[in-house]
Design a protein around this ligand. Sequence first.
Ligand code: ATP
Ligand code: MG
Length: 377
Amino acid sequence: MSHNLAAQFDGDLGAVLGSEADHETIAETFQRRTFRGREYFHFPDARHGIDRGVAIVGETVVPGFPSIPRTLVLDPGISGVFSGPIYIEEKLNGYNVRIARADGDLFAFTRSGYICPFTTHLVRTDPFEEFLAEFPELTICGELIGMNNPYTPHEYEDVDDVGIRVFDLRKNGTGTPLSPETRYERCAEYDLPEVPRFGTVDPAEAPERVATLIDDLNEREREGVMLKSADGETQLKYTTAATHQADLAHAFSQPFDYGREFLFSRLIREAFQAAERGESETERRERAQALGEAILLPAIEAVETVDAGERIGDEHTIRGDPTAIESLITQFLSQGLQLDIREDYYDDGDRVVTFCKVARSSQDKIEHYLAGGLIDQ
Ligand code: ATP
Ligand code: MG
């Protein structure tokens, strides 16, 4: 076991895991990486009772972000989970990032615990610096949103480029969240940008309130809501039809890169939502039509794109500090991603790169079938 990792098992990490845990086995699952010459470790999957994405930088144990359960029905899904007041926040559609201070510097981590050079550069500014200088024992959890992000570009009218919206503050080591009330106060005090929120509601009133909010969010093509208990420990998610359909459209633009479970789960969400809303014959037909279009149209387009000799995949444009962008691209390549660079130039000291993360399975399979390869079904 590396010296730095061993020290952590005697420190914070050991306290979180308890004495029964098999430290040797757990240590072997941690991946050793370097970021600008600094060694760190991360836990890429949830295993051995450890959350996915836990990272260790020097003395700091950055907690992983837990997987949040979803309800398919508002009633009685919500009252089955919450017994006291419920804090309602908007669920934004972006990429989960955690920001923590270690050895005097700020680092931003991806879901699986890599240090992201692009996001790290973005957060080494106020108010994040100021906040974590004051509360070095906390990890800020937020969603990276906006069109110019390297992970999940989705348009938000109030974000021109890229931005972070905070939805959680957790203690390093244990990952215990602060209560929503405390988080709102601290974020306001330090001007940390937050996710939009919709106040509190009692469990009995929640289904109706959430249904109304979801109608409005759906109209605006937003993702959904996150419901939270007063201590921040219990969370529940529920999403809009617009999101289920957009997820399907995206998956079917790269049909062989997404598991069948991805398709099935979105269909099931739609079925339960339509049934709970008691949709009329016309409404359910409209939903069915939209769903069918979301699936088939992008899939046809994918076949045509490959047939025209082009690459399919997710296109992203990022702009920023040249060193940060260079190291992000190097990191993507070292993770085995195939990038098709479509534009690369400098603008006012920033480097601007448009690249496509090639959807390799879809690309290869579509080429194969277009050439007459037979399908065994
Ligand atoms: P999983 O939660 O199973 O790992 P996932 O990353 O696809 O899968 P989502 O369905 O996107 O999960 O829902 C959980 C994510 O929603 C969180 O990890 C977080 O990044 C994001 N999120 C957006 N807005 C909020 C919010 N207000 N509160 C909490 N999480 C939010
Ligand atoms: Mg998400």
